[in-house]
Design a protein around this ligand. Structure first.
Ligand SMILES: Nc1ncnc2c1ncn2[C@@H]1O[C@H](COP(=O)(O)OP(=O)(O)OP(=O)(O)O)[C@@H](O)[C@H]1O
Ligand SMILES: [Mg+2]
Length: 336
């Protein structure tokens, strides 16, 4: 019964999880509130907070799972992509513990882990499947042929969809991270109240920077006419922005499914927590005959359970790393 400790520290969440024989026994996420007052993640503050949080977070994960350190068979940690200082904390901690316990160390790609969050649950997607990875730093369409076997068929040419949510929220003077708040206000708004232009990007690629500019211009014109415009219409504005952003990714994943004749579709990453994206994807099951996989909310945004489950499969393959392995802020997934 392989027992894996997973550690995630790529951005502003310190997380530790225990997976025993492919099942999550604990998944502790310690979010850093300090960044709120700055309106975004401050990298140096993030790495200092990881240093402070990592030992209590790992201790809690062990306690909840009722596992002791000598029972751990391997330690999986996020190698990248992410903030270098934040990654270094997880990397050094994992190395130190692996050396002390004399057990294997397993480096995990954060984006691969977002995809593998689908292997936490009892019912898993069958290969090949399409994964729409929508997060704070990425927007990708990937054909997943097997564990570790990926073909990238579409990606954003500029901003990620999560950035588009967060930057729109900032323009609406909502606190960071704004994505979940846009979702919350949107639930009471009219998605057709305002129209924003949809970018015409070829093939399966995306672009979100133009929408951000059009939202900024729209707000400027309307607040010049009425300084209370945002507060008076926040629900309709959020619903219209969310409708536009979700519509873009739904259209592209539909196009990809048709092009590659794959009807098992998964969504992953922080924006997979968005209620409209989740609902629309689930509607496609009956509408288009897709098999749709939507992760539990706690496995969408950054979490160590997805690192530990990826570590578990790599452990079964004896895919270990040397203690000399270093973090890589721009680590790319191994695509064909
Ligand atoms: N309900 C929601 N609706 C819209 N966006 C959301 C929601 N919940 C979270 N997000 C967005 O998800 C993003 C965070 O996701 P995640 O933690 O996976 O990103 P990241 O780890 O910073 O980036 P990456 O995974 O690309 O390295 C943020 O942009 C956040 O606003
Ligand atoms: Mg992430």
């Amino acid at each position: 019964m392989p027992t894996i400790l997973g550690i995630e520290s790529s951005c502003d969440d310190t997380s530790a999880a225990i997976v025993v024989d492919g099942k999550v026994k604990s998944n502790i996420i310690c979010s850093q509130a300090i960044h709120k007052k700055y309106g975004g993640v401050v990298p140096e503050l993030a790495s200092r907070a990881h240093e402070k949080n990592i030992i209590p977070t790992v201790s809690e994960a062990l306690k909840i799972a009722n596992i002791t350190l000598p029972e751990i068979d391997a330690i999986a940690f996020t190698q990248g992509p992410g903030l270098l200082g934040s990654l270094l904390v997880g990397n050094c901690f994992a190395k130190g513990l692996a050396m002390a316990q004399n057990i294997p160390l397993i480096a995990v790609n954060h984006m691969e882990a977002h995809i593998n969050a689908h292997f936490i649950e009892e019912i898993k997607p069958e290969f090949p499947f399409l994964c729409l990875t929508v997060s704070g730093g990425h927007t990708q369409i990937i054909i997943v042929k097997a564990f570790g076997d990926y073909t990238l068929v579409g990606q954003t040419l500029d901003d990620a969809i999560g950035e588009a949510f967060d930057k729109s929220a900032k323009l609406l003077q909502l606190p960071y991270p704004g994505g979940p708040l846009v979702d919350k206000y949107a639930q009471k708004g009219n998605p057709n109240a305002y129209k924003f232009p949809i970018p015409e990007i070829k093939d399966l690629d995306f672009s979100f920077s133009g929408i951000k500019t059009s939202i900024s211009n729209f707000l400027q014109i309307n607040t010049n006419n009425n300084p209370q415009f945002i507060t008076q219409n926040i629900e309709d504005i959020c619903a219209s922005i969310q409708y536009t952003l979700v519509d873009i990714v739904i259209k592209k994943i539909k196009k990809a499914a048709k092009l590659y004749q794959i009807n098992t579709i998964a969504i992953a990453g922080g924006v997979a927590a968005n209620s409209e994206l989740r609902n629309k994807m689930l509607l496609k099951q009956s509408e288009l005959g897709w098999k749709v996989f939507v992760p539990k909310l706690e496995y969408c945004t950054d979490n160590a359970a997805m690192i530990a489950i990826t570590g578990y499969y790599k452990y079964l393959d004896k895919d270990y790393n040397e203690l000399s392995v270093v973090p890589n802020a721009r680590l790319a997934l191994g695509f064909d």
